[in-house]
Design a protein around this ligand. Structure first.
Ligand code: GCB
Length: 609
């Protein structure tokens, strides 16, 4: 039945953002422009049976009967209309629905969102399309979990799948002066062939989880730009949409002003070796960013960029040519607070980043899906190197072409959004996936795609170890031949053995590439005490951290760590009453920000190393 529903939904569509040719994907820049946030209160209707789309025998409703039509019973009382957004309750956008309404806490299914948009009348306009003002208009969604169909004034703009990356639709011909009705059908039902699949260890927050924006641009506009720095020069490419005009790129502080002839995508190289042009390099200790201004005809965008290089040499990771040890921590995109949910604001991500700063981190693993653009930008300003990943998590449907296309689309949307962020040093394609030929082919293809899209960063995946016997752990994975790092998760002292077993565990791991431990850790309830044998006591976790750190630092080629994890996070897989209460308790701080003893063990280690 699920398949049928999706098929029918697809039949509704006129434009499919998801179906864009990935090879041609360039990014619509939202940051750096004047955008109008459509955040705030949106009316919503919970629709577990998709009554807003289907008739009783599951045939499609005609357009005037679908909820996209945004009709009003309270205006047309003689009509058979059984919904009215004007009288429906509201949810805050951006935000997940689960933590805003008790009745939606466990909900997985469809929810309709509606808000109206007022476009002021322009003098001299005939009042039909907003596009008559000579501008082009776009609707930009930061992220919607998991899939959605977007309708404006009852015209279906398109659909999108994948809960953590941005997408957009041009609405120039649909948006009109005066009042507009924006209706979004959102569905967060898990599916075996989806990315992620049905089983994952975090909360399946649904909804318009990141901001929605209305962007207006001139007829010819700067759609995307990429800047790549190789240590002495930078290559800048600019893609225009709507025509070709000459482009100017300025980095005033470096006295750079160059022209790119009007062919899209246009490219230019700039030499940055002369004294007056030489940038201070971005690094965690000096996260220097420069203003960059790009002008093309009537369009202009302003952004900030850093200059740095990253590469590996044997078992070392080199940042700006010098070895760097990744003092990291992994984290979910979830707020610190009494009722945590998806981060909504700059303050939310700042609180997480400040906790990681206090811990002494220079590196973050943004697990297990792309976090918000706000998170990446603020992390860059604060001097964190980043690992970003897509949710090819555990066991997804490796043989499905559609699953692959979805994963690749999420990868390209992530890279498209963050390719200019100097903070990002690693793209990761997967987490703890089973070794088999189908998975190798799938991930091998994704890795190649990531490299083709962005040859300037490291590519990796969080792999696993296995035991030859209880005292001998081995890391063997065909994927290592394809990645830049040997990165794997291991839970000695929690899922395997006791913390004391770390002392004698023998490791066999490949050599020749930097080793990054992408996860280690265990659970503890903040404020729960006991001896070091008592699971979930703070003492147990503190010992586990001490023993693991000693063990891991003995590994040949060790170049970084991202323990699991910064903060306790909601997960329906963690039911132990009185201790877990539906939180994965492997944070070094709890959901309210209280620091466990393990926080201080890790902090001391990072301060000393
Ligand atoms: C893992 C997963 C992570 C889980 C963690 C755990 O290996 O990568 O998503 O939350 O273990 O707590 O079991």
């Amino acid at each position: 039945m699920k398949k049928r529903i999706l098929l029918l939904l697809t039949g509704l569509l006129t434009v499919a953002a998801y179906a864009q040719d990935p090879a041609a994907k360039s990014f619509l820049l939202a940051e750096g422009r004047e955008c109008r946030s459509l955040g705030g209160q949106w009316n919503y209707i919970v629709d577990p049976m998709d009554t807003g789309i289907y008739k009783y025998q599951m045939t499609l409703l005609k357009p005037s009967r679908r909820y996209f039509a945004d009709r009003h019973y309270y205006v047309e009382e003689s009509r058979q209309i059984e919904y009215d957004f004007d009288k429906a309750p509201t949810l805050t956008v951006p935000g997940d629905w689960n933590t805003q309404s008790e009745r939606l806490y466990y909900y997985e299914g469809s929810v309709w969102y509606r808000r109206t948009i007022k476009i002021p009348c322009q003098a001299g306009n005939d009042g039909k399309g907003a596009g008559n003002d000579g501008k082009r208009w776009f609707l930009y969604f930061g992220a919607v979990n998991y899939k959605c169909i977007v309708g404006l004034n009852n015209t279906i703009l398109g659909e999108h799948k994948g809960g953590f990356t941005p997408f957009w639709f041009e609405v120039t011909d649909v948006l009109r002066e005066g009042e507009n009705s924006l209706v979004v059908w959102v569905n967060n039902t898990r599916g075996v062939s989806e990315v992620p699949t049905v089983n994952f260890d975090w909360w399946n927050y649904g909804g318009l989880t990141r901001d929605v924006q209305l962007i207006s641009v001139p007829k010819v506009f700067i759609k995307d730009y990429r800047i790549r720095f190789d240590g002495s020069s930078a290559e800048i490419s600019v893609s225009l949409d709507g025509g070709d005009v000459p482009v100017t790129v300025e980095i005033p502080e470096l006295k750079i002003k160059v022209q790119i002839p009007g062919t899209s995508p246009g490219m230019t190289g700039i030499n940055l070796t002369k004294k007056k042009n030489k940038p201070e390099l971005w690094s965690p200790s000096n996260p220097k960013l420069y203003d960059i201004i790009i002008t093309a005809g009537e369009d202009r965008i302003a952004d900030k960029v850093g200059f740095r290089t990253v590469r590996t040499e044997g078992e070392k990771i080199l940042l700006n040519g010098k070895p760097v040890f990744l003092k990291g921590v992994a984290l979910h995109d979830e707020t610190i607070g009494a009722n945590p949910g998806r981060c909504r604001s700059k303050e939310d991500v700042k609180a997480l980043l400040e906790a990681a700063k206090d811990l002494g981190c220079n590196f973050l693993r943004l697990a297990h899906y792309p976090h918000s653009e706000q998170m990446v930008r603020l992390a860059e300003e604060m001097g964190f190197m980043l690992w970003e990943e897509i949710p090819c998590y555990w066991n997804i449907d490796w043989t499905s072409e559609e699953t692959y296309a979805n994963a690749e689309n999420q990868l390209l949307e992530m890279i498209g959004r963050d390719a200019n962020r100097s903070a990002v040093i690693i793209w990761s394609v997967a987490n703890e996936t089973p070794r088999n030929p189908e998975r190798l082919a799938f991930l091998g293809k994704l890795i190649a795609r990531a490299r083709a899209e962005d040859p300037t960063r490291l590519v990796s995946a969080a792999m696993e170890k296995k035991f030859r016997d209880p005292h001998h752990a081995v890391v063997e994975d065909e994927l290592i031949a394809l990645t830049d790092l040997i990165s794997f998760n291991q839970y000695e002292g929690w899922y395997d053995g006791t913390p004391a077993d770390c002392d004698s565990l023998v490791w066999t791991i490949p050599t020749g590439k930097p080793v990054v431990i992408s996860e280690f850790g265990g659970g503890a309830r903040y404020g729960m005490h006991g001896d070091e044998n008592k699971r979930f006591s703070e003492e147990y976790l503190a010992l586990l951290y001490r023993k693991n750190l000693e063990m891991l630092m003995r590994l040949p080629g060790i170049a970084g760590l991202s323990p699991w994890c910064l903060k306790d996070f909601r997960s329906p897989k963690r039911p132990l009453n009185g201790i877990q209460d539906e939180f994965n308790r492997k944070g070094v701080i709890d959901e309210q920000g209280h620091r466990k003893q393990a926080f201080y063990v890790l902090k001391e280690f990072y301060c000393d190393n």
